[in-house]
Design a binder for this molecule. Structure first.
Ligand code: BDR
Ligand code: CA
Length: 318
């Protein structure tokens, strides 16, 4: 039976690819998208998620507005680097029509809590932005940590440097307190960080495959991803492609054998000079009960094959 999935997205370009990946995965049933801030403001991310679902003919998937800023802040400003990588509208400045519907009246936090109670261990929660929604849900109903099957998060860096600070990755850096609370909560979690996502790269060769489909979905995903590849030519020219961060988290949800993990209880530093660092929790180093693991190896060719097959299936539009 397909696992129930909540995607918690700051819908930028790789988040959008994560939606496509999820829609193209028979192992996963997308029961809802919860919006967070990060690559864009929360309202823009939710707008993008709704528009992408409409483009893919999936207006049946509900979308929920989440928390608009970090736990310790009163507002949120999009970072210049985020706008450079994802475009002003978050999806590479590619224009697609607004959906005809609005987000649900229930908020993201309540939807997460309700789903945890309804689906229990069948529920996979996949955040690919800051972890403010889950931290807020855990504060409201701590019992959900024992109910949800697993959180498979894109964020953090254990064995490699960060991407917004030498010690911090972007999603964790947006709200270190939130990530620290979810990491320490005991919620079973797999961290898909830069350790593995910067090994999974896409080039213009693959996006041309989607453009050649001659469908609105193929044109959208190709143009949007080309914007992202172009940005990577400036920010990380040594990689030779763009990092498939968020889709890899969905890939691991569909097929955990794509990565090898280190079992380790994690924490996030919240104090300077290493605020936002994801690292082993020294207080729980010797606990036999490891509630977290961190992906440290990825089967790159197999993931890229899966990625292309699944995105292309959705981009075909049939
Ligand atoms: C993460 O940061 C965001 O910009 C991306 O969408 C991804 O989730 C990579 O560090
Ligand atoms: Ca993201």
């Amino acid at each position: 039976m397909a696992k129930k999935v909540i995607l918690d997205l700051d819908t930028g370009i790789d988040d959008a690819l994560a939606i496509f990946y999820c829609l193209g995965s028979p192992e996963l049933e997308l029961i809802g998208i919860t919006g967070t801030y990060g690559n864009v403001q929360v309202a823009q991310g939710v707008r993008n998620a709704l528009a992408i679902l409409a483009l893919c003919g999936r207006d049946d998937v509900p979308v929920f507005l989440g928390e608009p800023h970090a736990l310790s802040k009163k507002s949120f400003e999009v970072m210049e680097i985020s706008e450079f990588i994802h475009g002003k509208n978050g999806i590479g400045n590619v224009g697609i029509p607004d959906a005809e519907r609005q987000p649900e009246s229930m908020g993201a936090v309540d939807f997460i809590i309700e789903s945890a109670h309804t689906y229990q261990k069948d529920l996979l929660y996949i955040p690919t932005g800051p972890q403010t929604n889950m931290a807020t849900a855990l504060r409201k109903d701590p019992s959900i940590k024992d109910r949800i099957g697993r959180m498979i998060l894109m964020g953090g860096a254990l064995t490699v440097p960060g991407n917004v600070q030498p010690w911090a990755e972007a999603n964790i850096n947006q709200d270190p307190e939130a990530a620290n609370e979810t990491f320490r909560s005991g919620l079973p979690a797999t961290m898909i960080g830069l350790d593995v996502t910067l090994q999974t790269l896409l080039t213009y060769k693959e996006t041309q495959v989607w453009r050649d489909l001659n469908t609105p979905q193929g044109a959208f995903v190709a143009d949007m991803t080309d914007y992202y590849i172009k940005a990577y030519e400036t920010t990380a020219p040594y990689l030779g492609g763009c990092g498939l961060h968020d889709p890899l988290a969905v890939g691991v949800a569909a097929d955990p054998s794509l990565v090898k993990c280190l079992d380790i209880n994690m924490k996030v530093d919240t104090e300077d000079p290493v605020r936002g660092r994801t690292i082993g929790n020294e207080m729980k180093l010797n606990n036999s009960d490891k509630t977290m693991n961190v992906a440290v190896e990825v089967d790159v060719p197999r993931f890229l094959d899966e990625f292309m097959a699944r995105i292309t299936r959705v981009a075909q539009g049939s």
